[in-house]
Design a protein. Sequence first.
Length: 178
Amino acid sequence: MRIIRGKYGRRRFDPPKNITARPTTDFARENIFNVIENLEDIEDKEVCDLFAGTGAIAFEFLSRGASGVTAVEMAQTQINFIRSVKDKLGDETLRIVKGDVFKFITGTRRSYDIIFADPPYDHPRFDEIPGLILSSDLVKPGTLLIMEHSGIRDFSSLPGFFERREYGSVNFSLFRVK
């Protein structure tokens, strides 16, 4: 895993071989962050990374100046890896939540400026996720939601949808909460 830009840019960390996450490719991550940075000043923003996996997205936000990032992940292997990278970077602004993302979405009362969701593409509840987020307390007026998905999904009919980006086999739907 490579952090692309920012204060931790060019740092590399090797995820364990038994990790079950499908990390966002460097190519897709670099391109979607260019889009995000053109839409939003990341500095001093509160960010939530749902289905955090290796934490690559969370660390990219931290590296680019987010004031705090909450990474939500259920798998212990991924949690351990995220925690080890956090410790190596010495960054205390990362909050790691080990738990079910669906319970987090419905149970938290904290709202975020930016939310990134990258569920497993074969998750049985995949199609529910953007709607659940958009109707939760995670969002507030102005929140930017980025949903990573495969090309077979189309979320353009959901409220706040304004753009879809495609980088190889990786697609992102972007929403702005009104």
